[in-house]
Write a protein that binds this ligand. Structure first.
Ligand code: PEP
Ligand code: MG
Length: 590
């Protein structure tokens, strides 16, 4: 029910992860998950057949609901559809001849449990077995366990006729608020019915975040405690760019937010005019802007963004959500389509970066069972590839075969040591010779082989590594995590993970200087590249190529066109002398 906001209340402010930019103003609509309590209920032996029939009916109904949800996906933006569709397929699979359903039936007949009790107990047991699996990918296992629990809850709601979460009983233009949202919930949101989305839980990099970005609604996730204060009907202002939420805003805050909303519309119009203007400082120093690509459906957006090529193609998507490995031909076709779509602009393809938090299920059998306690500090990226050279060979061969379609560079992830690049070069030489022997059409000049600089060791050894690499690309996401020993997924406000810490700036400077001395190109492709306020500083540190999410390009270009190289250099000099990230931010603001 929507209540009028009690205007006498004081303003309350929260901050969460800014997920999708834009200002939203409206009454809070809480889409609470109705409580699901399932008592432990026994049946008598004579009820087994009836109980199985109840189960079958609830399963059929769940399948029908998921089928409907799948049809609805067609009306969502392509990006959301691609995110959610594999998840729904996974749910449907669990409602087929799965371990989950087999176990439920056994519990009904052997333990004489009611269908809903059997379902909840079996789901817990399957989830526990998944969580206890020996592979190092904790996040992937937790996600799969959640999926099992989620499908069990759906069947139990159908068995017990308990209500589902409701996303439609609200005033138009409301701010949707929830403790947490699953990607399948995000698929139910009609973007035109809401002014924005806020949650108390959730990080910036999950599937839900990707979905909300695709819906184009202002969104903030992980604003701890916000649900305690945001009662239904409370007026809220949310800023999807800063992550700030204001509840019970004063007349003054409302006026300011409306002015920001109007200014944003004007800015959007101005930004779209920037697309054709050169990316250069006021004194004409060019700064190349490229896009990061994670999923192929981003290609049209990249083409519109004004990006000159792809600076980071995260090739992991080619291996995800499938049961078999893509062979050389299949991979080559995917690379070729992307290279052709870029129409002569260069594409930097990073070979498979998996392990630790990067879960690629089809490759799990390639992960050594070392029982690593700290997978982020163990086998991942290039280390795993060199232990499975056939994977690297196939991928390099596929890229080389596609490279006839346009300019390509190959990039190695998570390099720490010179020996790793040398070993990768040996494989690259071998693949090149093999393709030549087989008379495969190849470009006259072999595509460059470069490396990510995303470990402190690589940054500090950049002068040595430059002798073996054709180019560098600085990954500030991991570089920050490893330098500051602070996980990149840490919640907002922990203050530990800070890419603007002066130590990170020094490593960027060291890398840029090493690249300049060796006359090899260096770009920066971590999230820092997409922060307009940080870009002058990066230019001052010697960076002239940036790669980022396509959406960020117009704003970054505007920031570049507003500064001179002299200003950038002065800012960098001051920031390098700072002792904390906060001091660096003060220097940027000044
Ligand atoms: C990085 O670490 O900065 C980077 C660009 O790689 P990823 O985010 O894919 O780990
Ligand atoms: Mg990285």
């Amino acid at each position: 029910m929507i209540q009028k906001s009690p205007r006498s209340r004081r303003e309350i402010r929260f901050t969460g992860h800014p997920i999708s930019p834009g200002i939203g103003i409206g009454p809070v609509f809480e889409a609470a998950e109705p409580v699901l309590t399932v008592p432990h209920r026994k049946i008598s032996a004579s009820d087994i057949a009836a109980e199985n029939a109840r189960l079958d009916e609830a399963v059929a109904q769940s399948r029908k609901q998921l089928g409907k949800l799948k049809t609805r996906l067609a009306s969502l933006p392509e990006q959301s559809e691609a995110e959610i569709s594999p998840l729904i397929d996974a749910y449907l699979h669990m409602l087929g001849a799965s371990r989950l359903l087999r176990g439920v039936k056994t519990r009904i007949s052997d333990q004489l449990l009611a269908a809903e009790t059997a379902m909840m107990e079996q789901a817990e047991s399957v989830a526990a077995a998944i969580l206890a699996m020996p592979d190092a990918d904790h996040a992937g296992r937790a996600r799969r366990a959640d999926e099992v629990r989620e499908i069990a809850r759906r069947v139990v709601r159908n068995l017990t006729r308990l209500p589902f979460r409701n996303f439609s009983d609200h005033a138009p233009g409301s701010i949707l608020a929830a403790e947490a949202l699953r990607p399948s919930d995000a698929a139910l949101i009609q973007p035109s019915h809401f002014a924005g989305v806020i949650t108390a839980e959730g990080g910036a990099d999950g599937h839900t975040a990707v979905m909300l970005r695709a819906l184009g609604l202002p969104a903030i996730l992980g604003a701890t405690g916000v649900l305690d204060a945001a009662k239904p009907g409370t007026i809220a202002i949310i800023d999807g760019e800063t992550g700030e939420i204001v509840l019970n805003p004063s007349a003054h805050s409302l006026h300011a937010a409306r002015a920001r909303l109007a200014a944003r519309a004007r800015t959007q119009r101005a930004l779209s005019r920037l697309q054709l203007l050169p990316s250069e400082t006021t004194d004409k120093v060019p700064v190349a802007l490229q896009a990061n690509l994670e999923l192929p459906f981003e290609l049209p957006m990249i083409a519109q963004s004004g990006a000159h090529g792809i600076g980071l193609l995260r090739s992991e998507f080619i291996f995800m959500n499938r049961e078999d490995l893509p062979d050389e031909n299949a991979q080559s076709e995917i690379y070729r389509a992307i290279i052709e779509a870029m129409d002569g602009d260069p594409v930097t393809i990073r070979v498979l970066d998996w392990g630790s938090d990067k879960d690629v299920e089809v490759l799990n059998s390639y992960l050594p069972d070392t029982g690593e306690a700290n997978p982020a500090l163990g086998l991942r990226g290039i280390r795993l590839l060199l232990r499975n050279p056939e994977l690297l060979e196939t991928q390099m061969a596929a890229i080389l075969r596609a490279s006839i379609a346009g300019p390509v560079r190959i990039m190695l992830p998570m390099v720490g040591f010179q020996s790793e690049i040398i070993a990768a070069w040996e494989i690259y030489d071998r693949v090149w010779r093999r393709l030549k022997r087989r008379n495969i059409r190849l470009p006259a000049i072999r595509p460059p082989l470069g490396i990510m600089i995303e470990t402190p060791a690589a940054a500090l050894a950049a002068r040595h590594l430059a002798k073996h690499a054709d180019f560098f690309s600085i990954g500030t996401n991991d570089l920050t995590m490893y330098t500051l020993a602070a996980d990149r997924g840490l919640p907002m406000g922990s203050g530990l993970y800070d890419p603007l810490d002066p130590t990170i700036l020094r490593l960027i400077l060291e890398t840029a200087a090493a690249a300049a001395a060796a006359k090899i190109p260096v770009s920066l492709c971590g999230e820092l590249a997409s922060r307009p306020e940080a870009v002058p500083l990066l230019i001052g540190l010697g960076i002239r190529e940036l790669s980022m999410h396509g959406n960020a390009i117009p704003r970054v270009k505007r920031a570049i066109r507003n500064v001179s190289l002299k200003q950038c250099t002065e800012m960098a000099t001051a920031a390098l002398a700072a002792t904390t990230g906060d001091e660096v931010r003060q220097i940027i603001r000044a």
